[in-house]
Design a protein. Structure first.
Length: 332
């Protein structure tokens, strides 16, 4: 609820919203969150689906999908318009503060009663809800040209599209080859990734993920060191300029099984059940992103110290993975 009132406490033109179990997985550059013309990036999911065609769905995927299946009906309830996108799909969600205020005013107007009264009915009817998607759908309808939109398909649920579902729009002609090209995510939703095991009860996963995100990677090195070295091995190589220096970085990363021509999954996987890695343009998008990082040379110095501080080869990398797994078992 407080995020839907962010404009009342933030004086800036834009505000970035994210959950407490958010972990940033790479350098945040202006282009990763804003367009070249200064519009906030919205990295949304879209799909029209029905449950009847699902097969081989895992328990965590079912929990996530239970949440998503309710979402379109929530949008219709709150906005009285069909659902277009799901914005529980990236962090930070950056919105113009004036649009958050306009969202509340619109909801109050179409319902004919104060926003908080509508909110109470929303909670009573649906329980859990997605405020990110409510506000994203609002700006899609009324302020679409003031944002840069990227749309990811659910892929695995394509066969479940229900063309007669009244909760979805019927015209998807706004989708193009360019706006459906993978666009990197600078953060991951930690409690819904493989970094924090899915078979935790949801409350425990969120608590542990929140601790890691709040205290930082240094507090749980056995959990996140392998995670961060992925980012370093791609970023540092993108920035190096001298042949010897590049060779040292590549050799060090190769020792632990990380190569620059691999897609760094977390850039395209906000939550593990729904990934963009299936699109063969991910490596191209990743390369384009890393080319923008030439102005952040501290990654090279950090990485060289990281790789040279001890024999950081694949055996050591695997040992950290085993420590992480042991830590997870203890938490259970």
């Amino acid at each position: 609820l407080d995020m839907m009132f962010a404009d009342t406490v933030v004086t800036s033109k834009y505000v970035g919203l994210c959950d407490s179990d958010t972990m940033f997985v790479t350098i945040v550059t202006p282009r990763s969150v804003f367009s070249t013309s200064g519009k906030p990036v919205i990295n949304a999911l879209f799909a029209r689906y029905s449950r009847k065609n699902y097969t081989n769905i895992t328990p965590i995927e079912k929990r996530v999908e239970d949440f998503f299946v309710k979402l379109p009906e929530e949008i219709v309830f709150i906005l009285k318009k069909p659902n277009v996108v799901n914005c529980m799909s990236y962090f930070p969600v950056i919105l113009a503060t004036k649009h958050i205020k306009a969202f509340r005013e619109y909801v109050a107007k179409v319902h004919g009663e104060p926003f908080l009264e509508v909110y109470k009915k929303l909670v009573s009817r649906f329980g859990q809800y997605c405020h990110y998607s409510m506000m994203c759908n609002y700006v899609w309808y009324f302020h679409r040209d003031e944002y840069e939109w990227h749309y990811q398909n659910y892929k695995r649920f394509q066969e479940g599209w229900n063309k007669t579902n009244p909760f979805f729009i019927s015209d998807y002609s706004f989708l193009t080859k360019e706006n459906t090209k993978p666009f990197i995510r600078v953060a991951t939703h930690l409690s819904h990734t493989n970094l924090v095991e899915f078979d935790f009860p949801i409350g425990d996963r969120m608590m542990r993920a929140g601790e890691v995100a709040h205290r930082g990677p240094g507090y749980y090195p056995h959990l996140v060191s392998p995670f961060l070295v992925n980012a370093f091995c791609h970023v540092a190589f993108a920035q190096c300029h001298r042949k010897k220096e590049c060779g040292e970085i590549e050799a060090g990363c190769s020792r632990i099984g990380r190569h620059r021509k691999q897609v760094f999954a977390q850039l395209f996987r906000f939550e593990t059940p729904f990934s963009w890695e299936w699109d063969n343009r991910t490596l191209e998008s990743q390369t384009e992103f890393y080319k923008t990082l030439e102005h952040y040379p501290y990654w090279i110095e950090y990485g060289k110290k990281f790789l040279n501080s001890k024999p950081y080869h694949k055996k050591e990398f695997d040992r950290l993975q085993l420590q992480r797994n042991a830590f997870v078992r203890v938490l259970k």
